[in-house]
Design a protein around this ligand. Sequence first.
Ligand code: ZN
Length: 239
Amino acid sequence: MQKFLKYFLILLFITISVFSFPQLVYKNEGSSQSVGSVSNGTIINAYKLPYSGKNFSYFSPLSYYVLGRTYVHSRVYKTVINSYKKCETECSGIQFKLMECSNKKGGKMFPHQTHQNGLSIDFMTPLLKKGKPHRFYDHLGICRYLLNFDNSGHLNLNKKVSIDFETMAKHILLLDKEARKNGLRVKKVILKIELKDDLFKTKTGKLLKRRAIYFVKKLPEKINKLHDDHYHIDFGFIK
Ligand SMILES: [Zn+2]
């Protein structure tokens, strides 16, 4: 039994190393090209987002290194990095979490229906407890996608924990501002329909609404339920 466990661990280590290697050695250079659409496409010469920065980090080592789901279009890369830089002053004290992006060459990425051409990113909803940033649930890795919130943004597991709608609104606004400096825009946001009014009634949420950033108006029940622990953003090119 001990021998079996030893071989199993060696095999696991080799598998993790082999799958992680492309992410460890990847270099960003030149510019990317998105082909097709977010739901049927690929990406040429994608950029790899960093695992962490001053005020942000990726949510899962398994998703980042082994599955390699951290690639985006070069312009999306600049947009994300520059908006986190702005967040250092505009959302001081907040640590953000990036969730799944695209594969290195794009294409289908189970269970997502989109995320195929480097223009989609999932961002983890920032949380509050007693009015202060709460990061306990940031460390669940892939299981973070399984959290459920009620229709006013309170965590079902612990009603004292709720979504920080103001920070989320600030982040989306900064993403759109930075996107526009890179020939992009926030084309679509997917957030659980019942949470949108909570977002739009915050100070920055009102600015978001005025800016007419498109939030999906109707979703199939299953998809709707999934978009409470993260907000999905599709970027689009400005024509
Ligand atoms: Zn998504």
